[in-house]
Ligand binder design. Structure first.
Ligand code: CO6
Length: 493
């Protein structure tokens, strides 16, 4: 009976929807005829999401097309990575609907409505365009965000304000992840999801986690207290709280090729961004400059400090020290921490050092950046790097981490190379590639052959605005910092 009623309402909805569309030539009044007859209340929105209610309906259900809102950053399309709902699921406001990945970030889309999912518009891996529907939701009468038709004879339209929808989207990692059913279970048992230890993929809370918490609430809290920080602070770091230690498991091959058969696929997601950025970069007249740094003192220093940072749960590689030294050298050579406009008529010297770190991920090369390196301690840099690396490996970096870089480093030596020719990331003007620190024989000041830890560094810079000598002087200053880490202390602010 209920389904027959629903079907009847749906037929009526489609009929009125079509009628409404036929009147769409009148921008202001295209629903007026229908509405006038029923309620004398007119709501007309150019971005149309339609719903209708009928006078014989005992409960008000409205069908809402939930559209993919503008995610910003000029993103026009996204790849659908994962659905968190299926047709027939009941969702509440803020429940996760799906995860999408653009060429710049991974974003979890959450619902602004309460109701039942009646249609999914895409399959996993499909490309969804901004402003097109993701799902249809048959909203509950009390659903926030919909126009309520308490009266039996009302007729209404609901606008999908892109701003409103945008506010329901959360970058993954900053919101508790759980399916609608799990949220409901938590709600019914008056449990705060933030108190529950998540054991699901990417920190998702599972039904079992809730059940365990119901059995023994202290388990969740204790576990949480010793769990890694989800989002370490950008600037202030509490050293006592451990941060995620990153797995150094090698990235697995991305595709399995059918034997003896060519395989063609569409270039999507982050890799698509790579196509665009690197093609743009190729238009920059670039010079290269290489040198080798003696990292022996730094290798020694790091081995002493590492035990302390390990205790605090922070993985401490050479990168945080190198980044700090780079920032100190950039202070003396600000032209390298700059950007140029598309036609290269203006150069902007950046007030902050947001140093991008090239990362090799499943989805391709991405370059998240550590913000305000000039103001962070080396330990804070390590903490922040751990966070970015964890998110990068999980494919969960958000737009804010991936945008706003002012200078970049590529630690190809972490994989194994000695030299590289790094490609500038426009609109930045320079980038450095760090080779593998190798144990090699070198002469000391007395002509004796000694064991040294040598790292080759390769710089690339935009020759329209940077001269080779400027880059060489910058490199020399950095070399002096890294070869004599005591100098870093001396100049550290
Ligand atoms: N030499 C020797 N040992 C190294 C080096 C170098 N250069 N770099 C890291 N390591 C060590 C590091 O100290 C760790 O040692 P243990 O603590 O003793 O285990 C270990 O290697 C693992 O370090 P990890 O990679 O986890 O951390 P790190 O902070 O050094 O680097 C990262 C972080 C995100 C930069 C790195 O993991 C990564 O993804 N590197 C690859 C970057 C990449 O793909 N660049 C290519 C971009 S394309 O530039 C390009 C021009 C072309 C070639």
């Amino acid at each position: 009976m209920a389904s027959a009623l629903r079907r009847l309402k749906w037929e009526k909805f489609r009929f009125l929807n079509n009628l409404s569309k036929r009147k769409s030539s009148c921008k202001q009044n295209h629903t007026r005829t229908i509405c006038q007859r029923k309620t004398n209340q007119y709501v007309c929105h150019s971005q149309l999401v339609l719903c209708r209610t009928f006078h014989w309906s005992p409960v008000c259900h409205e069908l809402v097309q939930f559209k993919l809102a503008d995610i910003g950053e000029g993103i026009r399309e996204v790849q659908l990575k994962e659905w968190f709902v299926k047709v027939g699921d009941h969702v509440s406001q803020f429940d996760s609907i799906c995860e999408v990945q653009s060429d710049k970030a991974t974003v979890t889309i959450t619902s602004r409505y309460k109701g039942i999912i009646s249609k999914l518009y895409y399959d996993v891996d499909d490309i969804a365009l901004v402003s097109t529907p993701l799902v249809d939701i048959e909203t509950d009468a009390d659903s926030p965000g919909t126009t309520q038709s308490g009266s039996s004879s009302s007729s209404s339209e609901v606008s999908s304000s892109s701003d409103d929808e945008h506010s329901m989207q959360r970058i993954r990692g900053r919101k508790v992840l759980a399916t609608p059913a799990v949220r409901r279970l938590a709600m019914e048992n008056k449990i705060k999801l933030s108190d529950v230890e998540a054991t699901g993929k990417d920190g998702r809370i599972l039904k079992d986690d809730i059940l365990k918490y119901i059995e023994d609430p202290s388990v969740g809290k204790q576990a949480k207290a010793s769990a890694p920080l989800a989002t370490p602070p950008a600037v202030t770091v509490e050293p006592s709280k451990p941060t995620p230690v990153v797995s150094t498991t090698p990235i697995q091959p991305r595709i399995t090729l059918p034997v003896g058969k060519d395989h063609t696929e569409k270039i999507k997601g982050m890799r698509k961004a790579m196509v665009k950025t690197m093609t743009e970069a190729n238009n920059i007249p670039t010079f290269g400059y290489d040198d080798e740094f003696d990292m022996s003192a730094l290798v020694d220093l790091r081995s002493k400090v590492k035990a302390i940072t390990d205790e605090k749960g922070v993985k401490f590689s050479y990168m945080p020290i190198i980044m700090k030294a780079v920032s100190m050298a950039l202070t003396e050579f600000p032209m390298l921490n700059a950007s140029v406009d598309k036609t290269c008529e203006n150069i902007t010297y950046k007030a902050v050092h947001n140093i991008g770190i090239a990362m090799d991920t499943q989805d391709g090369l991405i370059v998240p950046n550590v913000k305000n390196v000039q103001s962070l301690s080396i330990f804070e840099l390590a903490t922040e790097l751990n966070r970015l690396q964890s998110l990068g490996l999980a494919g969960k970096l958000g737009t804010s981490d991936l945008s706003g870089g002012t200078f970049s480093l590529s630690n190809i030596g972490a994989i194994g190379g000695t030299y590289a020719r790094p490609v500038i990331l426009p609109p930045e003007v320079s980038i450095g590639a760090l080779g593998k620190i190798q144990t090699l024989p070198r002469y000391d000041n007395h002509g004796n052959v000694v064991k040294k830890h040598i790292m080759c560094v390769s710089w690339s810079a935009d020759h329209r605005v940077i001269e080779g000598a400027y880059m060489a002087r910058f490199s020399n200053l950095l070399k002096s910092f890294l070869e004599n880490p005591g100098l870093i202390m001396l100049y550290l602010r």
